[in-house]
Design a protein around this ligand. Structure first.
Ligand SMILES: [Zn+2]
Ligand SMILES: [Zn+2]
Length: 455
C-alpha cells in the first residue's frame, strides 16, 4: 500500500507525540496498519476516534447549513450569498480565507501544528436552472435568469450537500489542527455546471492559482448520487472515473450543382454520409477498447434545400466520450483525420472544429490505492473501489490534470428505496438522504488526516 516512504522519518517524531494524545484519549490499541509503526497506527486510530466524534457532534449544525444552502441556491458565477455564507463560517473556524477567486470562489487555509504537505478538499457551489418539485419544507423558491429566460433555481445536483459536507469537514479538521502535520486547503468552487458563454469553475480556479501558494500535493472531492446507491455508500475507481465530454463540428464543403447532373459539382451529402460511416471505425477499428470504453456519436447532420439541388455544404456535429487522456487525444486526432481525408478523396473539404469539454476525471492510481483504506473505514453501506466509470463529466478533472487527485461518489438514496424509481441528479425531484452527510464529512476529513499522517 502507498505509505509515503520519503516522509516516514519525519513522521516518527509526530507519531510519538500523537501516541501520547491517543493514550490520553483512551483509544483502543490496534495492531499496526500496513507498513506503519505500531505507535503511528495507534496515534492515527486516536485521531480517527476524535474525527468521528466531532463529525457526529456537528451533524445538527451541518443539517442546518445544508437546508439553508438548499433553500437559497444560486446559478453559476452568481453564488454571492453562498460565498459570503461559506467565508463567514470558515473565518469563525479560524481559517485564512480568500474570497473572489474565479468570481465567487472561496479558498481557505488551515495550517496544522507541524510542517508537512498540503491537502486540498473541493466542493462546488452552483445550483441549476431547475424548478424544484421535492415538496420539502426547505425547498427552493428561488428564481434566476438563464439564457435570457426567467427560471426556477434548485440545488438539483446536490452541490448543497457538497458544501455542507466540506464545511463540516473543515470544522472537524480545525478541531484537530494541533495534531495535523501539514496544511488543509478548502476550495469552494463556483460554476461547475458551466455557464453558457462565460468562463468559470475549476478551470478558472486553477488559472488563478488555487493549487499554488502553498502548492497543493493532493486534491480530493466527492459527488453525491449519480447512481442510485444507498445513503452512505462510497464508490470510485482508479484511472478514469468520469468521461471527458468533447463536442466536434464538421463543415463539409462541396460544389453546388443540379441534382440531375451531379458530375458537374461535388456532392457534400454523399461525402458527409461517408464521413458518418468512417467515424464509426474510429472506435470500432482503430482504438484499443480493452483499455477503456469510448463513444463517437454523430448527433446532427444538416444540408440541402430542395430535392433536385446538390448543395454547397453540409454541417454535422457530435459528441466524443472518453475515459483515458491519451485515448482522448488519439480519438480527437483520428476524427479530424478521418473527416478531412474522406472529403479530400472526393474533391471536397471538411473543416473539423473541436470544442474541448471537461477532461477525464482521472483518479491517480497510486493515490487511489493509498487512500482506499481511508474511504473503506468510513463507508456506511456499499463500498466499491472498482466501480464502473460513468459517461457524465465533471470539472474536478481540471485539478486532476495538475496534481494527483481522487474523486468518489457518495450514495444518497434512502435505505430500502426502489432504485428504478430513484429521481437522479438534475431531476426536479432529486432529494438526497441527509443520513449520508456524516459519511461525507468523515470521508473528506479522513482523507485529509490520513494523507497528512503519511498513511
Ligand atoms: Zn450536475
Ligand atoms: Zn454536480
Amino acid at each position: 500500500m502507498g505509505a509515503n516512504d520519503d516522509m516516514a522519518s519525519t513522521r516518527t517524531v509526530a507519531a510519538t507525540v500523537l501516541l501520547a494524545s491517543s493514550l490520553a484519549a483512551g483509544a483502543d490499541a490496534q495492531p499496526p496498519a500496513g507498513r506503519q509503526p505500531a505507535s503511528q497506527a495507534g496515534a492515527l486510530d486516536a485521531l480517527h476516534a476524535r474525527l468521528d466524534a466531532s463529525a457526529a457532534a456537528l451533524m445538527p449544525k451541518i443539517v442546518t447549513w445544508r437546508r439553508d444552502l438548499h433553500a437559497h441556491p444560486e446559478l453559476g458565477n452568481q453564488e454571492t450569498r453562498t460565498s459570503a455564507f461559506l467565508a463567514a463560517e470558515l473565518r469563525r473556524m479560524g481559517y485564512e480565507v480568500t474570497t473572489g477567486v474565479a468570481k465567487t470562489g472561496v479558498v481557505a487555509l488551515l495550517k496544522g501544528g507541524k510542517p508537512g504537505p498540503v491537502v486540498g478538499l473541493r466542493a462546488d457551489m452552483d445550483g441549476l436552472p431547475v424548478t424544484e418539485e421535492t415538496g420539502l419544507p426547505f425547498a427552493s423558491t428561488a428564481r434566476g435568469t438563464y439564457l435570457g429566460r426567467d427560471v426556477g433555481v434548485m440545488h438539483a445536483c446536490g452541490h448543497d450537500f457538497h458544501m455542507s459536507i466540506l464545511l463540516g469537514a473543515a470544522e472537524v479538521l480545525a478541531g484537530l489542527k494541533a495534531d495535523l502535520a501539514g496544511s488543509v486547503k478548502i476550495v469552494f468552487q463556483p460554476a461547475e455546471e458551466g455557464v453558457p458563454g462565460e468562463p468559470g469553475g475549476a478551470e478558472v480556479m486553477v488559472k488563478e492559482g488555487v493549487l499554488t501558494n502553498p502548492k497543493v500535493d493532493a486534491m480530493f472531492g466527492l459527488h453525491v448520487g449519480i447512481t442510485p446507491l444507498e445513503a452512505g455508500s462510497i464508490t470510485f475507481r482508479p484511472k478514469g472515473l468520469m468521461a471527458a465530454g468533447d463536442t466536434y463540428r464538421i463543415v463539409v464543403k462541396g460544389r453546388q450543382t443540379h441534382g440531375a447532373m451531379p458530375w458537374a459539382g461535388v456532392d457534400p451529402i454523399v461525402v458527409a454520409s461517408q464521413i458518418v460511416l468512417g467515424l464509426q471505425t474510429v472506435v470500432s477499428r482503430q482504438i484499443d477498447l480493452t483499455q477503456a470504453p469510448a463513444v463517437v456519436t454523430v448527433g446532427t447532420i444538416e444540408g440541402g434545400t430542395r430535392h433536385n439541388i446538390v448543395p454547397d455544404e453540409v454541417r454535422m456535429s457530435g459528441t466524443i466520450r472518453t475515459f483515458d487522456p491519451e485515448m482522448r487525444k488519439e480519438i480527437l486526432a483520428r476524427v479530424k483525420r478521418t473527416a478531412e481525408s474522406i472529403a479530400a478523396a472526393a474533391g471536397a473539404t471538411a473543416e473539423v472544429i473541436l470544442d474541448e469539454g471537461y477532461p477525464v476525471t482521472w483518479n491517480d492510481p497510486a493515490l487511489t490505492e493509498r487512500m482506499t483504506p481511508s474511504l473503506k473505514r468510513v463507508a456506511a453501506a456499499t463500498f466499491n473501489p472498482n466501480a464502473q466509470p460513468t459517461t457524465t463529466s465533471e470539472d474536478f478533472s481540471y485539478y486532476g490534470q495538475q496534481v494527483p487527485a481522487l474523486y468518489f461518489f457518495l450514495g444518497v438514496a434512502p435505505k430500502g428505496a426502489d432504485p428504478a424509481a430513484w429521481a437522479a441528479n438534475h431531476s426536479p425531484k432529486f432529494s438526497p438522504d441527509e443520513a449520508a452527510l456524516v459519511t461525507g464529512v468523515r470521508a473528506l476529513a479522513s482523507l485529509a488526516v490520513d494523507y497528512l499522517a503519511g498513511r
